[in-house]
Design a binder for this molecule. Structure first.
Ligand SMILES: [Cu+2]
Length: 750
């Protein structure tokens, strides 16, 4: 059964789908604004116990109406449950240039006012009555970080911030300060002095301020540049509306920002229950240390463990150089609202530079890998190093961004965007480029190739350069939040040629990919999935001004050797449907329907029941400084889950499908932070727990699954003072965060 409503569907069918979308939108709005609860919706018969929208005509486009013409073969709809997203004259594919990322200014720390503090700044300010049920005269702290010693920045005086990044989460507005970090001829000729409207295409309607909530309120997405040994203080302001109803139908005005997969203390990890309110800020301290900082190469003598200085040389840093990371992103992690907020624009990328991955292809010092980048600056060149954020969207008949949160299988849009641009083109020179490809979708997997079936070289998976590069004509399926860094050599083309990036992976629901098409079939337009096929056009426009000096060495970053580190513990996590909730904390417990037949998704720990998320439940507490082996098991064959484990990189030891061992592919032989289980599959991985403590998470990164409620809390609470064991749970309130004891500690946690 197709869920995509073809554009040539009858007018009546399109009208019914649009009416259904509007009715659903009203309920989505009420739910997102907290006017009704999921429990009430179940009681009213609008949700099934499985969490799906009840099959009521006029609400669900998947129900054939008595009046339907039948021409579409019965139950059809598009992923949004609406008529296809609006396209206008002049918005054909590949008619707009791709906006490269907007590079965030790196400011002196002295620009921050007030001065950042180790403990959360509890200075009081008047509260907007809209935050506190209309009460006036109340005050709350200016910083939303939980107060006190446990949420103080760990080792703040040892890693004083050297760079300040300051951004606001805000409603859509024109970008009058666009900095692509490259000359115009490296950005498809875009004039950066012209304001960039908040639109998915210059000829599509501009997004209203409450349709799109992005960093700085602008597009394109933001890029932070950092380097090892140079701590960043990221002050994130929440400038979203205080009135929870001012969200154009979806999105929550409280946020928590996760630097995915930062090796930082948990107070800087964007814990799902450490969210902050409009008109507050949260200081995130990113020390940017190599894992093993306090146990490996502690005297910083190994030049491989290093960071670029500003004059072409290196600063040596402590830690294990085999743990060097490169491509990160950061995004919202608000409990139960991550999918809405990330879809609405809370997503950015973070390139981390090191002695190995310098962002300068010319320096030949025996450490630098000289990957495609450029050489104008001593480090961090972006000329030939391009961030791509892939996410499919949907918009309503007036062109405003739309999301339906009813289908707990997952949300699929019907419009492919790259860097928030609908099907753009990008001008390239005849030479090698690196692309850092992020899947920033809600529920969609991609499988990428080039339209001529030619070669790509995968050099990194998630944040990590691979031990060896892998030559591929098709990348593996790329799950949500996974990053694949690839090198494409355009020197094989002639000036004037075009080649397209193609998505082969077809979805018919948010549960998992339906199938991977052949290149021919994907290009033919036969798929009913509008996001299959070409979505990014490369135009080969000229020869490079100077010869390509970049390389893809045969060895990139070998894995850290863990063979001498004993395995302290094994744990098993079952990712399943039909989860139940045993806690009823009004803030921390995900609560859906009646009884224990609650929301669809959950995690079973070490043979225990499959539970819905409760950030007051402690599910695992590895011992600080040890190594463990974790088994991640898919509870079914009808879905796939990309599982993200925060904090440390893991190595995949083995995979199974339906109980049968299968090889770990070459592109998964490095370190990872997101693990696609595959239907009926399991993954066994090993990781260490070093350097920092606090409460972290493990969850599905199909963010609809995460929000409903496939997420758990684990913590490192024996790293010494100030940690309590277990840690108290933060309960955010506009008047200040309070703490309570954990709702539950699983018997196998410690
Ligand atoms: Cu999932």
């Amino acid at each position: 059964m197709s869920i995509y409503l073809p554009k040539k569907s009858s007018k009546r069918k399109l009208k019914e789908a649009e009416d259904a979308r509007k009715n659903r939108a009203e309920i989505v709005k009420a739910l997102s604004q907290g006017q009704v609860s999921r429990r009430e919706l179940v009681k009213w018969g609008l949700f099934t116990s499985a969490g799906l929208l009840a099959p009521i005509g006029g609400l669900s486009p998947f129900v054939p109406s008595a009046h339907a013409s039948g021409g579409g073969g019965g139950s059809t709809g598009i992923p949004t449950g609406a008529s296809p997203s609006l396209l206008l004259n002049g918005t054909a594919p590949f008619t707009q240039p791709m906006l490269r990322f907007d590079v965030v200014p790196r400011n002196p720390v002295s620009t921050l006012s007030p001065v950042p503090t180790a403990m959360a700044n509890q200075t009081q300010q008047p509260l907007d009555p809209a935050l506190v049920g209309g009460q006036s005269g109340l005050t709350g702290p200016i910083e939303g970080r939980p107060p006190g010693n446990i949420w103080a920045h760990q080792r703040f005086s040892q890693f004083p911030p050297q760079v300040a990044i300051e951004m606001s989460q805000a409603g859509a507005k024109p970008n009058t300060a666009y900095n692509p970090g490259v000359p115009s001829n490296m950005n498809s000729g875009i004039d950066p002095t012209l304001p960039v409207p908040a639109a998915f295409h210059p000829k599509l309607p501009v997004q209203q301020s409450n349709s799109l909530w992005t960093f700085q309120g602008t597009i394109p997405p933001k890029l932070v540049k950092g380097r090892y040994g140079e701590p960043i203080l990221f002050r994130h302001h929440n400038q979203l509306p205080a009135d929870i109803t001012k969200n154009n139908g979806f999105g929550r005005n409280t946020i928590s920002t996760h630097e995915h997969n930062g090796h930082h203390g948990a107070e800087n990890d964007g814990f799902t229950g450490a969210y902050f309110f409009p008109n507050q800020f949260y200081d995130y301290h990113w020390p940017i240390v190599l894992a093993g900082h306090f146990s490996v190469n502690t005297d910083a003598t190994d030049p491989m463990a290093s960071s670029p200085d500003d004059s072409g040389g290196l600063n040596k840093v402590p830690g294990d150089w085999h743990e060097t990371m490169s491509t990160h992103w950061f995004h919202d992690h608000m409990f139960s609202f991550t999918s809405q907020n990330v879809y609405k624009g809370n997503a950015a990328m973070f390139n981390i530079y090191s002695g190995l991955d310098r962002g300068n292809e010319a320096i030949n010092d025996g450490v630098n890998l000289r990957l495609p980048s450029g050489d104008r600056d001593s480090w961090g060149n972006l000329d030939y190093d391009v961030n791509l954020m892939l996410a499919e969207k949907a918009w309503d008949t007036s062109g405003q961004l739309f999301m339906d949160i009813f289908d707990f299988d997952g949300f699929l849009g019907d419009m492919m965007t790259v860097n928030f641009c609908y099907k753009p083109y990008f001008e390239v020179e005849r030479r090698k480029y690196r692309f850092r490809i992020l899947n920033a979708s809600v529920s969609r997997f991609f499988k990428l190739c080039l339209s001529d079936g030619s070669n790509m070289i995968q050099i990194a998976n998630d944040g990590n350069l691979l031990p060896q590069p892998v030559n591929l004509t098709q990348l593996d399926e790329q799950g949500i939040a996974e990053r694949y860094d690839i090198v494409i050599d355009f020197s094989r083309y002639r000036v004037g040629n075009k080649v397209w990036m193609v998505n082969l992976c077809e979805h018919q629901s948010g549960t998992k990919p339906a199938r991977d098409l052949s290149l021919t079939d994907a290009m033919s337009g036969k798929s009913s999935d509008p996001c299959v096929g070409t979505f990014l056009e490369f135009r080969i426009v000229r020869d490079p001004a100077k010869p390509d000096q970049s390389q893809v060495p045969a060895t990139l970053i070998p894995n850290p050797d863990l063979s001498n580190i004993p395995v302290a513990r094994e744990r098993t996590f079952l990712f399943g449907a039909g989860a139940s909730q045993n806690n009823s904390d009004p803030v921390t417990s995900f609560i859906t329907g009646a009884g224990n037949k609650t929301g669809p998704w959950g995690i079973g720990t070490d043979g225990g029941p499959v539970r819905n998320a409760d950030f007051g439940r402690l599910s695992a507490a590895p011992k600080f400084g040890t190594r463990e082996v974790w088994h991640l098991v898919n509870g079914g064959t009808g879905w796939d889950h990309p599982i993200h484990i925060h904090f440390e990189e893991g190595q995949v030891l083995s995979r199974t499908v339906n109980g049968v061992s299968v090889p770990v592919p070459a592109w998964e032989l490095g370190r990872k932070d997101v693990y696609r289980l595959r239907p009926g599959g399991s993954i066994t991985l090993t990781m260490q727990f070093r350097d920092w403590g606090g409460m972290f998470m493990e969850h599905c990164h199909n963010t609809v699954h995460e929000d409903n409620a496939m997420l758990l809390r684990w913590e490192l609470d024996d790293g010494g003072d100030p940690f309590l064991k277990p840690l108290p749970t933060p309960i955010p309130r506009p008047t200040g965060v309070v703490f309570e004891s954990p709702d539950e500690i699983l018997p196998t946690a410690f």
